[in-house]
Design a protein around this ligand. Structure first.
Ligand code: GTP
Length: 321
């Protein structure tokens, strides 16, 4: 934001306020006499003093938060005038100003003028805010439309994963990929209900996120399929992690097929980097998907239906298949 302009504005408002705070009483002190303590209505002093103090607070808030422009100028002018009116009102509680007709006449002006300016400023502020809100809505809509987060699990989605994978490939550093797919999830939904299915996916997502290291990334690739990027991974780590994840899924009362790959880091030409990294990322994901299909196929041909599936036995599952 325009900090120098704001600082200048702050300095002007503070400076002018201080000058007025001292000059006016000094002028009154010389031109008229002060009331005695008994003559002063202290309740009026307190209320008018409070109005003045509050007005000054509003003024400082406006000066310090608002960007430069017509609306801000109107608000500052309005509030300054209002504060001046309050201050003059306050001073006539302390000094006998009847003897000063100019002061008496002038004293009544600043408050209504200030409130009028303030009203204009607030009206324009409202218009300005409507435009800002519209812009914010458009921006929010853009984020929503382009958001890369899966709304159910709050994990990154496949698009985001591809983006991270491309970035990883561009860095030419070792990494591993694991793909995990829940077995018979279709049946799970049928028997337990879609809501339970959703709950299982959310729980799995949460568990996967906590089971990985800080530098790793887990995404919901599609439906009941998750994909994990293990940064700086070495062969034993990837295979052990894949094994552990497959075992861990059993705690949720279901089974999962898990495949993994450990691509050897390639030295990519910086210029052709982005293009080749994108192709490489697509190829790696395709490879994992193929491996997964193969494993599912093998499972089907071996008829390795789990004996239990959240309380379901093999015959029930076979019927549902
Ligand atoms: N509850 C729920 N189900 C989903 C969601 N997304 C996809 N599915 C369901 O997930 C199921 C995935 O089916 P398949 O790809 O055949 O997977 P599967 O039944 O696990 O079969 P295999 O992978 O061969 O074991 C489909 O029935 C989808 O409707 C979701 O967000 N919530």
């Amino acid at each position: 934001m325009d900090t120098p302009a704001k600082s200048l504005r702050l300095a002007c408002v503070y400076g002018l306020s201080l000058v007025i705070l001292f000059i006016v009483p000094l002028f009154l002190w010389q031109s008229t006499t002060a009331k005695t303590i008994a003559e002063v209505d202290w309740l009026d002093v307190a209320t008018e003093g409070a109005l003045f103090a509050l007005g000054m607070c509003w003024l400082m808030v406006i000066v310090s938060v608002r960007p430069s422009g017509r609306v801000t100028n109107l608000l500052i002018a309005g509030l300054s005038s209002y504060c001046l009116g309050c201050y003059l009102d306050l001073l006539d509680e302390i000094f006998i100003v009847k003897t000063l007709p100019v002061y008496n006449g002038f004293e009544k002006m600043p408050t209504p003028v200030g409130l009028l300016l303030l009203t204009c400023g607030l009206w324009l502020w409202r218009d300005e805010q409507t435009v800002v809100n519209r812009q914010l809505q458009t921006r929010e809509q853009f984020h929503r439309e382009h958001q890369l987060t899966d709304s159910l699990t709050l994990l990154n989605d496949a698009k985001a994963f591809e983006h991270h994978l491309v970035k990883q490939l561009s860095q030419n550093q070792a990494f591993g990929l694991i793909m995990l797919d829940v077995d018979y999830f279709h049946q799970y939904n049928k028997i337990q209900g879609v809501e339970e299915g959703d709950r299982l996916l959310s729980q799995l997502a949460l568990w996967l996120s906590s089971a990985l290291r800080n530098q790793d990334l887990v995404c919901r690739y599609a439906g009941d399929r998750f994909v994990i990027l293990l940064r700086g991974a070495i062969p034993p780590l990837v295979s052990v992690m894949a094994e552990q994840l497959q075992q861990g899924v059993k705690d949720f009362g279901c089974h999962a097929s898990v495949v993994w790959t450990l691509p050897s880091p390639k030295v990519l030409d910086r210029q052709a980097n982005k293009f080749s990294a994108k192709n490489e990322a697509a190829a790696l994901l395709q490879l994992l998907n193929q491996k997964m299909s193969q494993q599912k196929e093998n499972r089907r041909s071996a008829a390795t239906v789990p004996t239990t599936f959240n309380g379901l036995n093999q015959s029930t599952l076979s019927e549902l298949n």
